[in-house]
Structures are given as structure tokens and as C-alpha cells.
Design a protein around this ligand. Structure first.
Ligand code: 3PG
Length: 212
């Protein structure tokens, strides 16, 4: 396993659930990340789906003690480089693309690339990736599907994301090839909009108490 993969694994192993955030307002990023860290979720993925996302990564990287901020929804090399420049400590993509892999090769920051089929997993293994995001987890076939991949594709570990909540997280976390899960349920839009940081810390604590 490469040093970059070791670094990625050590970040993912910090907790059973990585919050996946869509930050609409940069002003909410720091209190939101603080609320998640207070609940025990230190590795946080901010998706590049809003104009505020890169500034949110920057603010959390600079101001939130104990947070490991990553950037998600990285679709090309330009996004990869911008996310690293903003201070991301890991990068997440929903799938595999040559440009993203090339940017990752040239960077010291680890990439968690997405896969949903055996062929995608095999392609990423050939490129040197043993730790993958399984996306979209529920929609692609859920925990039973991921379990079926584990025997022929032993040696690859996954962070399933997509359609996961407190209700079904354990279906994944109980699989031997799952290191953590990702999900947006720990930061619901309404709580963020209301600035209910205590409510978010409570959701984060429940998620942090799940068994990885
Ligand atoms: C995403 O990238 O949108 C994540 O997979 C989050 O999915 P969720 O909103 O279903 O948790």
C-alpha cells in the first residue's frame, strides 16, 4: 500500500461516518464543521457543487481545529488542483476519469475515487487504488451488492456513499471490506439553515457511535 493510501486510510478510520456537505453559504461552513467535530466526526467532505465550496474548504482548513477537510465531487484536474490549493487533505470523486487520475498522480494529497462495478474497481486497482468510494451505494445495489464484490475483489476496501442513513449504515459497516460510510444525513439542510449547531452535534454523536 502506498504512503498516500495509508494517509487516506488513517483519515477514513477516524470515524465510522464521513459527513458529505453541500455548503450554500460560506458563513455556515466553520460553525457546521465545528459542530460535526464536536460530535466526533473529524473527517469532513465538502462537495464542489456550490459557488461557496472552495471558500468553505479554505475556511474550515484554516479555522477548525481537529478537522480533516476533504473536497468531494471532483470531476476533473482543474477541480482537483483548486481543492488542494484551498487546503483539502483528501479528494473524493464519484467515479474514475483519466484527468482526475493524472492530477492525483502529481499530487501529495490522496484521492478516494468512486466505483460501482467490478470493472471500475479493476480499472482503479490497476491504477494503484485499493481504497475506493462505492457510489451510489444504495441505488447501485446496497450492502448485498458490495458484499458480493468482496470475494472476487478481495483486498479492496470501500467507503460506501449514497442513500445511507443511521438506519442502514450498519448494513455496510458490518462488512469486512468497509472502512467507513459517507452521508449527508448528519447535516440536514434545515438544521444548517436554522443554525442549529447543537442539533447537528447530536446527529454527529449518534453517527460517531456506530461501529466501524
Ligand atoms: C453524494 O455525493 O451526494 C453523497 O453520496 C451523499 O449522498 P446522500 O445525500 O445520499 O447521503
Amino acid at each position: 500500500m502506498s504512503a498516500k493510501t495509508e494517509t487516506l486510510l488513517s483519515i477514513l478510520k477516524l470515524q465510522p461516518v464521513v459527513p458529505v456537505l453541500i455548503v450554500e453559504d460560506v458563513a455556515s461552513a466553520v460553525p457546521l464543521a465545528r459542530a460535526l467535530v464536536a460530535g466526533g466526526l473529524k473527517a469532513i467532505e465538502i462537495t464542489l457543487r456550490t459557488p461557496a465550496a472552495l471558500d468553505a474548504v479554505k475556511a474550515v482548513a484554516a479555522e477548525v481545529e481537529g478537522a480533516h477537510v476533504g473536497a468531494g465531487t471532483i470531476l476533473n484536474a482543474r477541480d482537483f488542483e483548486a481543492a488542494v490549493k484551498a487546503g483539502s487533505t483528501f479528494i473524493v470523486s464519484p467515479g474514475v476519469a483519466p484527468g482526475v487520475l493524472a492530477a492525483a498522480r502529481d499530487s501529495a494529497v490522496p484521492l478516494l475515487p468512486g466505483a460501482a462495478t467490478a470493472s471500475e474497481v479493476m480499472t482503479l486497482r490497476e491504477a494503484g487504488y485499493d481504497v475506493l468510494k462505492f457510489f451510489p451505494a444504495e441505488q447501485a445495489g446496497g450492502a448485498a451488492y458490495l458484499k458480493a464484490l468482496s470475494s472476487p475483489l478481495a483486498g479492496t476496501v470501500f467507503c460506501p456513499t449514497g442513500g445511507i442513513s443511521l438506519k442502514n449504515a450498519n448494513d455496510y459497516l458490518s462488512l469486512p471490506n468497509v472502512v467507513c460510510v459517507g452521508g449527508s444525513w448528519v447535516a440536514p439542510k434545515e438544521l444548517v439553515a436554522a443554525g442549529d449547531w447543537a442539533g447537528i452535534t447530536k446527529l454527529a454523536s449518534e453517527a460517531a457511535a456506530l461501529k466501524a
